[in-house]
Design a protein around this ligand. Sequence first.
Ligand SMILES: *[C@@H]1O[C@H](CO)[C@@H](O)[C@H](O)[C@H]1NC(C)=O
Ligand SMILES: *[C@@H]1O[C@H](CO)[C@@H](O)[C@H](O)[C@H]1NC(C)=O
Ligand SMILES: *[C@@H]1O[C@H](CO)[C@@H](O)[C@H](O)[C@H]1NC(C)=O
Ligand SMILES: *[C@@H]1O[C@H](CO)[C@@H](O)[C@H](O)[C@H]1NC(C)=O
Ligand SMILES: *[C@@H]1O[C@H](CO)[C@@H](O)[C@H](O)[C@H]1NC(C)=O
Ligand SMILES: *[C@@H]1O[C@H](CO)[C@@H](O)[C@H](O)[C@H]1NC(C)=O
Length: 447
Amino acid sequence: MSSIALFVFLSLLGLSSVGAEDPYLFFTWNVTYGTITPLGVPQQGILINGQFPGPNINSTTNNNIVLNVFNNLDEPFLLTWNGIQQRKNSWQDGMPGTNCPIPPGKNFTYHFQVKDQIGSFFYFPSMGMHRAAGAFGGLRINSRLLIPVPFADPADDYTVLISDWYTKSHKVLAGLLDAGRSIGNPVGVLINGLTGKDNAPLFTMEAGKTYRYRICNVGLKVSLNFRIQSHLMKLVEMDGSHTVQNDYESLDVHVGQCLSVLVTANQEAKDYYMVASTRFTKYSLAATGIIRYAGSVVPPSPELPKAPVGWAWSFNQWRSLRWNLTASAARPNPQGSYHYGGINITRTIRLASSVGLVNGKRRFALNGVSHVDPSTPPKLAEYYGIADKVFKYDSISDDPPATNAPIKVAPNVLNATFRDYIEIILENPERSIQCYHLDGYSFFAVG
Ligand SMILES: *[C@@H]1O[C@H](CO)[C@@H](O)[C@H](O)[C@H]1NC(C)=O
Ligand SMILES: *[C@@H]1O[C@H](CO)[C@@H](O)[C@H](O)[C@H]1NC(C)=O
Ligand SMILES: *[C@@H]1O[C@H](CO)[C@@H](O)[C@H](O)[C@H]1NC(C)=O
Ligand SMILES: *[C@@H]1O[C@H](CO)[C@@H](O)[C@H](O)[C@H]1NC(C)=O
Ligand SMILES: *[C@@H]1O[C@H](CO)[C@@H](O)[C@H](O)[C@H]1NC(C)=O
Ligand SMILES: *[C@@H]1O[C@H](CO)[C@@H](O)[C@H](O)[C@H]1NC(C)=O
């Protein structure tokens, strides 16, 4: 009897918000231009509190985050919190279309709750190709102390932001796109803003201990393969879900993805390279970073582990990534307890990308419509009940038009019904990789 009573008491105390509000985390961020030299050539970067990449946000499930952002750039600026679901509304989501940008010289305070979420995410600037200049950083959501995590506490927890990198400024890149041209190929690859040329260790491990590395691809377009000399990586979490735990020699990390792996320092005590290198490209670019066993003075072996080759390898690896349906997530109940597989799909939307000329300018489209932001953000227009004056709903249908249909330029807003269970099929008939940012939802790719 008493143990049951104790359990109920603990539940009230720790697992629900009865009585007390969830904790707050406060941040003040100053966004400025600054000179950075990641590839040895000075270029204009976008810094947060003087840092490139920006500071990490270390939060716990249900924390309230209050973040006052001062935009000291000469352009409008917005930050989005990639993977954060923004339950109930999208007012703090930071995508053009849901939010007005922060004007130059002004500040805006984001206020959101990381409600019922765990895992590894990142934030990035969502306008004007700013992401090509910085202002991105890690965002982690730790499990609450009472929620079992399906692995032992790691000795430390490291954020590894990997990305392709351009030396052209974000304004030049934006100008190329606006002129209907391509941004071309990247010039290098970065790990936490560095290429590894200076050989300063990025991370330290003590022999025998196990560490968590959260690897996110924060780049613009290139998939990267990540690996560590002589060490296996045990995948434990992917984009906010605990996975079935398999060991990998290397992992493909596509743009926008975050993976958490456990690495045990079970090798000879010396330095080792971690490597991030381009996938599916004719060119080959890579960055290295050093992991040092505490006290080591032995440099890493210069021979880097090789990257896998080809698409098939990547598809096969993808097929091995599984949800662990019996592990807990943000709540103690298993991730699989909602019987997702038994819910009937109420709507299927096929979205096909295409590219073509509109008024002599190259534009990309989804189901034949190339999106433009209306002057009033659609969410704001809805809020003030003037949506019909600003844009039309459902300018595309749930199936792609004929492949040679002309491209129309319009705001592209689909109307869906609350609690619909929607299957989205993304089709890419083009010759280059497409990355989709499925913002504000909890996703797990199914095929
Ligand atoms: C932000 O940084 C700029 C440049 O260092 C400085 O002039 C400005 O006062 C800072 N603003 C805030 C709010 O800290
Ligand atoms: C992150 O937050 C957790 C929970 O409050 C804390 O235990 C941990 O030390 C923090 N880590 C860092 C790097 O601040
Ligand atoms: C701008 O920053 C000031 C000073 O911290 C704060 O009082 C104010 O609420 C902020 N304004 C917005 C719109 O967030
Ligand atoms: C899934 O998680 C549970 C709970 O931690 C664990 O007991 C089980 O071994 C995991 N299953 C797999 C296949 O990783
Ligand atoms: C799904 O549809 C089938 C067939 O119409 C029905 O028997 C079943 O109850 C539905 N499942 C749910 C979860 O609504
Ligand atoms: C959205 O769809 C619902 C259900 O079909 C419909 O009732 C509603 O009028 C639609 N709203 C708009 C703005 O088209």
